[in-house]
Design a protein around this ligand. Structure first.
Ligand code: NAD
Length: 485
């Protein structure tokens, strides 16, 4: 399989770079890797399409394109889901779910394309202030590999709905999938340059987009460390930033929760995409009275998950994205196991048929000090910590003792407590008796070092629009003084 880039409505080549199946190390195909030259051409094309076509003004046309894209993807859901599983490693059911969510989200923003209203005020007699929401311009989207369909769409669909033009930079690990997914968009009847795609094996293209004065917005999903570098570089051109960064989700389990029922759900929430989801459950904070039951149940639930290739029908957890990531996570897990009060389940690299893939089985440790590095830092893999608390206030304090603020969950049948604690947790999303539920309609994003702005939902349009104030002094039409009429 070979995929290429798209610049100004035309296919663009480049030196070929390989992409591998993380479940067995086999070569799946090659993608054309771009560099600064391709990035410059793509930026120029996006700029031209924004400045010189009616794309930014024609909302009904943009809606039609988004609906056509969703329909095209729907015709090939199964093929795309299988390719996503092969390249990313996630179980096929998760890949299918991701494709359906992405299609649904495109349709959501297709509707919103025709509803981006402003408002009018009369701040002084006869003075009219019209506030319009306008497209922000050209957008560089840097897409990660963990959920490439949904994480592309949640930036690209609102940006296109708003009237922006795009340069999309896929992650190298899932470039075959993303370029294939975007093929069905670039082939639609859109002006050349509205959607440009430049994959790469390094970071030159991404850095070019961040530096360029012809890019108005960067929408980046990735780690907090890279997000900080992007903020520093983007300061030079003062561009708008939409940053969806790392997390360390806490699950707070109160004394009335049913541990037998909750533990398997936490295990699932912790190992979704092999623990490579930003919102994955990472810290389980459990009331001390339930600690013995939680130790046993969570260890069993995590320890009995079936690892395997994503295409195998009984697989519950696939490999990590590649060997480099697996080895980095394994090193951090080993260090955590050396320092933790107790290791309840020690994961590792499986042997047998799975040894050719980048698999890592889950680890569970228990620890009292919430400041330990493994209770604070994001470890992007199947690793969970168990901590205990005695009071609600202690639970909230421990959960909020973090640099991140992406998501959390509260597990209790006491509705008032659930609401109270959800309000007290400094996170962009809090689930009650659930975890990892995301919707096209509901905004997600981070407090603190988990990011800037919101994606999904109506508010995502704010990341890709500017507000303009047009002021007109029209005067007041008064009755004729001579006739009194
Ligand atoms: P990463 O930070 O390594 O990002 C990699 C991407 O950034 C690549 O495309 C790379 O080319 C680009 N990049 C690297 N250096 C750059 C620079 N100096 N300037 C511009 N671009 C640069 O992240 P990752 O490992 O690909 O993804 C995992 C991370 O993503 C985790 O931290 C996870 O929590 C986060 N994530 C967050 C969300 C969210 O919604 N908040 C969703 C998914 C993933």
């Amino acid at each position: 399989m070979k995929v290429h880039n798209w610049i100004n409505g035309e296919r663009a080549g480049g030196p070929l770079a390989p992409s591998f199946d993380p479940s067995n190390g086999e070569l799946i195909g090659e993608f054309a890797a771009g560099g600064a030259i391709e990035a410059a051409a793509a930026v120029a094309a996006a700029r031209h399409a924004f400045d010189r076509t009616t794309w930014p003004q024609d909302a009904r046309y943009r809606q039609r394109i988004l609906l056509d894209w969703a329909n095209a993807l729907e015709r090939d859901v199964e093929g795309l889901a299988r390719l996503l599983t092969r390249e990313n490693g996630k179980p096929l059911a998760q890949a299918r779910g991701e494709m359906l969510a992405a299609i649904s989200e495109i349709r959501y923003y297709a509707g919103l394309a025709r509803h981006i209203p402003g408002h009018v005020l009369e701040p002084e007699p006869g003075v009219f202030s019209t506030i319009l929401r306008e497209p922000a311009g050209t957008v560089g989207i840097i897409v990660p590999w963990n959920a490439p369909a949904v994480l592309l769409v949640r930036s690209a669909a609102p940006a296109l709905a708003a009237g922006c033009t795009l340069v999309i930079k896929p992650a190298a690990q899932t470039a075959l999938f993303l370029c294939t997914l975007l093929d069905s968009l670039v082939r639609l009847a859109i002006p050349p340059g509205v959607v440009n795609v430049v994959a790469e094996s390094g970071h030159e293209v991404a850095e070019y987009l961040v530096r360029s004065t012809d890019i108005d917005v960067i929408s980046f999903t990735g780690s907090t460390a890279t997000g900080k570098k992007i903020m520093a570089t983007a300061a030079e051109s003062v561009k708008k930033l939409s940053l969806e960064l790392g997390g360390k989700s806490c699950c707070v389990v109160f004394e009335d929760a049913d541990v037998q029922a909750v533990a398997p759900r936490l295990a699932q929430a912790a190992t979704i995409i092999s623990g490579q989801q930003c919102t994955a459950a990472r810290r389980v904070l459990v009331h001390a009275s339930l600690a013995p039951a939680m130790r046993d149940s969570l260890r069993t639930a995590l320890g009995t998950l079936r690892l395997g290739p994503g295409l195998a029908p009984d697989t519950q957890m696939g490999p990590l994205i590649d060997e480099t990531a697996r080895n980095a996570v394994a090193r951090m897990v080993e260090e955590a196991c050396d320092q933790a009060d107790s290791v309840l389940l020690r994961g590792g690299v499986p042997d047998g048929a799975l040894r050719h893939g980048s698999f890592l089985s889950p680890t569970l440790v228990e620890h009292r000090d919430p400041n330990a590095f493994f209770c604070q830092e994001e470890i992007f893999g199947p690793f969970v910590t168990l901590e205990t608390f005695e009071t609600e206030a202690e639970a909230v304090a421990k959960a909020n003792n973090a640099i991140f603020g992406l998501s959390a969950s509260v597990w209790t049948h006491d509705g008032a407590r659930a609401m109270r604690v959800a309000r007290a947790l400094r996170n962009g999303t809090v689930w009650i008796n659930d975890h990892n539920k995301l919707f096209a309609e509901a905004e997600t994003g981070g407090y603190r070092q988990s990011g800037l702005g919101r994606l999904h939902g109506y508010e995502a349009l704010a990341d890709f629009t500017e507000l303009k104030h047009i002021c007109l002094t029209a005067g007041v039409s008064l009755p004729d003084q001579t006739t009194g009429k």
